[in-house]
Write a protein that binds this ligand. Sequence first.
Ligand code: IVH
Length: 692
Amino acid sequence: MIPDEVPAEVVAEVEALRTQIAHHNRLYHEQDAPEIPDADYDDLVRQLNELEALHPSLVTSDSPTQTVGGAPSVAFAPVEHRTPMMSLDNAMDRAELEAWGVRLERRLTDLEGDDRPPVSFVCELKIDGVAISITYEDGRLVRAATRGDGRVGEDVTANVATLAEVPERIEAPDAATVPDLFEVRGEVYMPVAVFDDLNERQEAAGLRRYVNPRNTAAGSLRQKDASITATRGLALWCYQLGAVEGGPSFGAHSESLRFIESLGLPVNPEITVVTGLDEVLDYCLRWQEHRHALDYEIDGVVVKVDDLARREALGFTSKAPRWAIAYKFPPEERTTRLRDIEVSIGRTGKATPFAILEPVFVGGSTVGMATLHNQIQVEAKDVRPGDTVIVRKAGDVIPEVVGPVLAERPDDLARWEFPSHCPRCGGLLTRLEGEGHHFCTNLDCPAQRTGRIAHFASRGAMDIEGLGEQRVQLFVELGLLDDIGDLYTLDFDRILELEGFGQTSVDNLRSAIDVSRERPLANLLVGLNIRHLGPTGARLLATELGHLDAIEAATVETMAAIDGIGPTIAESVHEFFASERNQAVVAKLREAGLNLEGPERPDVPATLDGLTIVVTGTLDGYTRDEAEEAITGRGGKSPGSVSKKTDAVVVGEGPGASKLTKATDLGVPILDQAGFEHLLATGEIRPTEGAG
Ligand code: IVH
């Protein structure tokens, strides 16, 4: 065979990748302080893997593709593992998981013949923590070790002994079944709530925030002084039985997990045995969607062949078992270049800095912009245009810039300064005493005008279809609109002349604006853009005072006397109507014939007095607002989230996963549509059968 001729630039690239990976390995495994997100690291390893696959002559036994972890620290005594702690191969998407499954099925057919029984898989959550090996002898904890380089780990026995969930002594119901010696492997992690608490304390003490639960768990576990570990609230999930001397033997992994549990060690309750790849996929996709409903971080699912004899037959590659795979969720953190920081002006004049990013695929979508909130945040994060930054997009949360990768910051990169003037109108931006935000104080600023009018037209206010921010901005720039009052005398002939507007779209816009005249008073109040007044307050004012005239004329005291309207809202509403400028706008609306009447006072008995009912999903015959009104109109409360104080959760079509999970966790009764109607009629909570 002709020897593999590897081009010099490929050799150089392989070298460069190995150096980079070794550097990140040290930071991650030895210093618990990675610079880049896991997904970026995985990408480097992937590139190296691909080059090595193309050019096998370049593979060396010390290549990071052939080894695991980092060198054990000299600060802890070395512990040689009885059997190596291996890592897992990754499947980065559904196709890779399926390819693994197909290979596995084929291998098993080769080994066992065509009529072999189907494969049972154990699906486990991939806990994002630190791998640990714990050994018990004669029922006593004798050793705990980190993974280290897979062969030799660090002795962290004293640290692990401080974990509340790790028994010093095994107290199994049937002492005879406790092996003379056994080793369990698992993941030490920091629950998200503990992490958040810790960070609150750090912040209160003026100290730096910890970056994420995984690194904090690793740092907390590897403390020289174990009494510090004891304060960190670390927890454990065991996922594997290692060496065993004496005691029972097992034919399946799932049996050994049940055994670990019977010894009083924690095993994750979400572990499931399934048959066939379709069920594996279901499990993976379900947890990908619900990963944030858990109180600990997971970064994927580990799929393992259940049958131990089959595992034996399948064996290992140099680095990982063939009988298991880690299905990794799409990354929620990636690095990218921060091109610039700009400032946007909202409807209240609030100036919000935001990051312009080199587009990056993260958290399931491509992100090109991310808010930076205000000057305090930009300063705290110290991100500068030109930096490589970590971008995070988790679940439904809006994308955020976590911070810079300092190691990649070019020399002399200037700090970003908050602009002194409004980018839209050139007016001065001012930051009031005690406020985190800058404001453009020029009420005539076109950005503010646009924001106010677009808010008026938005779904939660007057719901004018076809009048989005872009059109409003255009009309403001052309001088067709100065304020919301002008909407009802809009010059449609001029609009018809504009590019992109045909007769149909102008007619549609005209009728959408016409229809909005009839919207409920509460929507109009929301649309007026009165500081502190949200939909709930607007509804209360509309119902209790009955007419815009009455609201306009009301004193602060009258409004503050309404249950649910605090002095801040009352004062803000009063101040709004006292302004001549606002009076002029309201006069135009009155002239245009808008509905200024509040709703009929509902004459319903207060059957839900003292009850807190949360609504999630869509119910037949009720909008979300109407369902909530039906509750508040009967004296109940209807907040947006589930807590210990919630008396029941009403679940319609397409409910929010987190509300449902939380309700189930807290044991809050769950009502379906029928249960809801019954509740409204009688005030009685009659849970849906089979739920809650
Ligand atoms: S099994 C040989 N199961 O993920 C099989 N690992 O690279 C060893 N992990 O080092 C691992 N949750 O630290 C397994 N349910 C789980 C896991 C899990 C998290 C970690 C573990 C391992 C890494 C895989």
